[in-house]
Write a protein that binds this ligand. Structure first.
Ligand code: PLP
Length: 357
């Protein structure tokens, strides 16, 4: 008799719920931190030309050299730092954890934070330690340093700004972690375009610092491109677990071209930042809503009945993220991505009556 999946698949995988992506067709989609703006028509036509020329019968450049050169220039990666690319930064997190998954290894982050840190640790059979944030979602430096001392983590992930809370941690607290950590500290700057603060210049000061970025939140979520920068001696090890050709031909060609127009992406990010403060003021003004200041392209807010409000919004065609039930510190919390002015108006128009019902 062949065995059942439960007898063959690892118990911790059987116990997982798959990463759930809700159906969103026809909805105002404010759940996934996407950039709501498309590229200008002229640039889209340019990209269409590249598509027509792309040699999709050939494997991509395994080192993605042209794209890396474009990224270095566009993002200001220090010349001496090495660059590693991933099919989204999720894949980079996976490479990092896979390569460090020695017996007894620990991956550490804060709690609540980006769920993929914990999920990927579980995928790789590595113990995960989440250090609770303080009530205002700031880093609990004392607890963090004690946990580092106790657990000696191979990897510490810090999302800067943090998802789903939206705040930037105090830079000095992050430096305290960098000074104390025996292993690597990965500063995940997925929301850099909306925060404007970065640890890139600190790479030269901290040999155990790696800085991760993604183009997903800045307008290229569909292309899947993440990057990691840091010391060559570390990145050359992680590069060994990177699957060959992980950045496909189309992503390489299209992203390199879009990066010749960073002014377009920057103008869109500026519009989103401006709209973020309009949306924040509107949320704060609503009775029964507590909104948390954000340095990202989303806003976390607390209401009385989060599941009820989430469902009411959904029934009126507006999709946001319900975080109630995901973590005690997020009781009553919802997360809305900053959309276009029109999308945000739709969201607010549906939210007000939903709060009263
Ligand atoms: C969205 C997000 C990512 C993942 O981005 P991809 O590059 O699309 O895989 C990584 N880190 C944080 C904190 C995020 O919020």
């Amino acid at each position: 008799m062949p065995k059942s999946p439960e007898e063959i698949i690892r118990a911790e995988i059987c116990a997982l719920a798959a990463y759930h992506v809700p159906e969103a067709s026809g909805m105002v989609k404010l759940d996934a931190m996407e950039n709501p703006y498309r590229l200008p028509e002229a640039l889209r036509v340019e990209l269409a030309g590249l598509l027509a020329e792309a040699q999709i019968n050939r494997y991509p450049d395994p080192a993605a050299q042209q794209l890396k050169a474009s990224l270095r220039a566009a993002l200001g990666v220090p010349a001496q730092a090495e660059l590693l690319l991933g099919n989204g930064s999720d894949e980079i997190i996976q490479m990092l954890v896979m390569a460090t998954a020695r017996p007894g290894a620990v991956v550490m982050s804060v709690d609540p934070t980006f769920v993929m840190f914990r999920m990927i640790a579980t995928f790789c059979g590595v113990r995960y330690v989440g250090v609770p944030l303080l009530d205002d979602f700031s880093l609990d430096t004392r607890a963090m340093l004690a946990a580092i001392e106790r657990e000696s983590p191979a990897l510490v992930f810090l999302a800067y700004p943090n998802n789903p809370t939206g705040n930037l941690f105090d830079a000095q607290a992050v430096e305290a972690v960098l000074n104390a950590a025996p292993g690597l500290v990965v500063v995940d700057e997925a929301y850099h375009a909306f925060a404007g603060r970065t640890f890139l210049p600190r790479l030269k000061d901290y040999p155990n610092l790696l800085v991760m970025r993604t183009l997903s939140k800045s307008g290229l979520a569909g292309l899947r491109l993440g990057l990691l920068t840091g010391a060559q001696e570390w990145l050359s090890q992680f590069d060994k677990v990177r699957l060959p050709y992980n950045i496909n031909v189309l992503t390489q060609a299209l992203t390199a071209r879009v990066l010749q127009h960073t002014d377009v992406l920057e103008a869109q990010a500026a519009a989103i930042r401006a709209e973020r403060s309009t949306l924040f003021s509107a949320l704060e003004a609503l009775p029964g809503v507590r909104a948390y200041p954000s340095d990202a392209n989303f806003i976390l807010f607390r209401v009385g009945d989060a599941p009820g409000v989430h469902a009411a919004l959904k029934s009126h065609g507006v999709l946001i993220k319900n975080l109630h039930g995901s973590h005690p510190a997020l009781a009553g919390c919802l997360r809305v991505t900053v959309g276009t002015p029109e999308e945000n108006r739709r969201f607010l128009a549906v939210l007000s009556p939903a709060l009263r019902s």
